[in-house]
Design a protein around this ligand. Sequence first.
Ligand code: IVH
Length: 684
Amino acid sequence: MDKLQAMQRMERLSEELRQHNYNYYVLSKPVIGDYEFDTLLAELISLEKKYPEFADPCSPTQHVGGGITKEFRQVVHRYPMLSLGNTYSEAEIRDFEERIHKLIGDEVEYVCELKFDGVAIGLTYRQGLLVQAVTRGDGIQGDDVTTNIKTIRSIPIKLRGEGYPEEFEIRGEIILPHSSFARMNEQRMEDGEEPFANPRNAASGSIKMQDSAEVAKRRLDGYFYHLLGNDLRFATHYESLVAAKSWGFKVSDFTVRCRSLDEIYDYLKTWDQGRYDLPFDIDGIVIKVNDLRQQEMLGFTAKSPRWAISYKFKAEQAATRLLSVVFQVGRTGAITPVANLQPVQLAGTVVKRASLHNADIIALLDVRIGDMVFVEKGGEIIPKITGVDLGQRPAGAKSLSFISTCPECGTALVRAAGEAAWYCPNETECPPQIKGKLEHFISRKAMNIDSLGEGKIEMLFDNGLVHHCADLYDLTYERMIGLEKSYGAADDKREKRVSFREKTVTNILNGIAESKKIGFERVLYAMGIRFVGETVAKKLAAHFISVDKLTAARYDELIEVEEIGEKIAQSILRWFSEPKNIELINRLKIAGIRFEMAESLVPLLGSQLNGMTFVVSGVFENFSRDELKKTIELHGGKNTGSISAKTSYLLAGTNMGPEKRKKAEKLGVPIISELDFVLMVREE
Ligand code: IVH
C-alpha cells in the first residue's frame, strides 16, 4: 500500500466506523457483528500508528482512549450551568403552569422529558468537531474532561448530517446503564475495592479518571437535551432536539409535546412506574416551555430558568418487619450488615434482604429487631433500610449493636481512620477471606484455572488440602481422588454435589500446571493485594519488570508509576512488608510461577535507538509514559531519570517541569516531541 492508498483507506475506515458506532450506540441497530467491527478498528489503529501524519484527530479510534489527564483544567462556562427548580407534587406543577400562563397570557405548549440521573456535561462543537467537554462544576466553571468524554461511543466526535452552526454547545447527561454498572462493581469487588453505591456516583467517578483507556472500558453513555449558541435558528425547543438528533446525538425517544396539565400528569404517571423498565436510572421528569421566544420572555431567576421545572419521583418505599441481622465477611475482610426482612413487594420485585450499610447507619437509625422498617430502592441495586416506624416498635426491643469480633474467626475487628467499614484483619486465617483469596487467585483474569471453581475450592479447603494459593501447587492425584461433599441444604435447588473422580482430578492438575505459563502481570493481580486491580498490576509489572524489584521499591519509586497514588502505594508497601507474603512468593517461585516479565515475550522490535539514552517527562497525547519507556527499550534504547551530558534526547510531553527543559537546553540535549519520537521508531 503506498502513502496515498493508505490515506484513502484511513479516511474510508473512519467513515465506516463512525457509521457503525452510530448504528450500534445511538440507533441500537447494528448492521455488523462485534468481530467485524473490531477488525476494522484494529486496521485503522495500526494504519494510524504507521502513518501518524494522516491520523484524523477526530478519528473513531479516539473512542478507544489512551490519553492521560493528570490534572483536569478548569474552564469557565460560556453560559452558566444552572439547575432546575424541583417539585414533588401535581399541585406544584399546577402552580408552575399557572405562573407561566399569567406571564405569557397565550397558549403554551410544553415539552416533557426524562430527568436523567447522571452527571451533567456541556460539549462544544466547532465546525462539526467536538472540541471541548466540561463538567458542571459549581455551575460557573467546571473540569475539562474532553479526552475522557471522547471515549463514549455514542457521543459524536464528528457530527453527521448538515445545518449545524459553526459553533454551539450542547448539554446533556452522562449516565452509566445498569448493565455496565453491575459489571463494573463486580470487577471492583474482585479487585478488593469498594463498590460504587449507585450508577450516578460511578459515572461521576469514571469521567474524572486519569487514564482514558480505563474510562473507555466503563461503557458510559450520554443523552442530550439542551442546545446553546448565538447562531441557533430554531423556533422551538422540540425542533432543536430533532436537529440535534439528526447531527448524531442521542436524544431520548421519550420526549413528548404536551398541551395541557392532564397530558403532563399522564406523562408523569407513565414514567413513575415505567422507570423501572428503563436500562438506566432517571430520578424524575423535566417540563419545559417549548417556544424559544416564550422561554426568552420568561427568563431566569438567580438559580434556574423560569421556563422549566423538574418533578422528582418519590423513592418507592415499602414497610416490613425486620427479622434478623447477619454480618457477612467479604473477601477483603469487610463486614457488611445485612437485614433479613419479612418478604415484601417493592418496585416489581419481592425483597427479603436489605443492606444496613455500616455501623454508623445502624446507630443513626437506631433500628431494632422486630421493628417495622421502611425499605427503599434508590439507584442502588440492593434495597436499603431508610427509617423505622417507631409507633410500631415492639415492647422491649433492644438496640442493635454492631459486632466487635469477626463472626467467622473471632478476631477483633478494626476500622481504619476515614473508612466507614469495619474489617476483620485476620487475612490469612479467616475462612471466607482465605476462600475468597483462593477464588480470586484461580479466576479468569488472574491464574485462569477454570477446572477449579467455588465448590471445588471449598472442598479442598474444608478437607485441609489448601489454605494458601501456594498449596494448590502441592496437590497430587492421590490426595484428591475420592473426596466427596455436598453443599447447600438438601431442599435447596442450588445444592451441589462435588465428587472428585479421575477426570475431575486430572483436569484440576492440568489446569494448575497450565497456570505456570501465566504472565507476571496477571500473577501480580492474582496476589489479591488491596487496590491492585488488573490495570494497576499491569502498570506495576511493566514498570518494575520483576517481583524482586517491586518488593524493594520505596514509596517515592511507587508513586512515580502512572495511576499509583498514595493509597495504592501504601497498600503495596504494607503487603510486601508482611513476611508471610514474602514466604508465599517464594513458595510460588519454587512451584515455577512467573514473577518477572518474560524476556522472550518482549523481543526487540527494532534497533533504531541502539546506544541512545532517553529521559521521558511530562504527559503525552497518545501514549502513557510507561508505554513510551517500554518502546524505547524495545528499540534498543535506554531510559534514565535525570538529564546529563550523556542523555541523547529529552522526550517532552505537556506539563513537564521547567527545570528539566532548562537543564536540557543548557547541556545541548535535543528536546523532542511525541510525534518526533514516533517518527524515529516508525518502521520504514
Ligand atoms: S434541562 C437550564 N433537561 O438535572 C436548565 N436537565 O436539576 C437546563 N437533567 O443540571 C437543564 N435530565 O444535569 C434538563 N432532560 C433534562 C435533564 C436535566 C437531567 C439534570 C441536569 C440539570 C439538573 C437540574
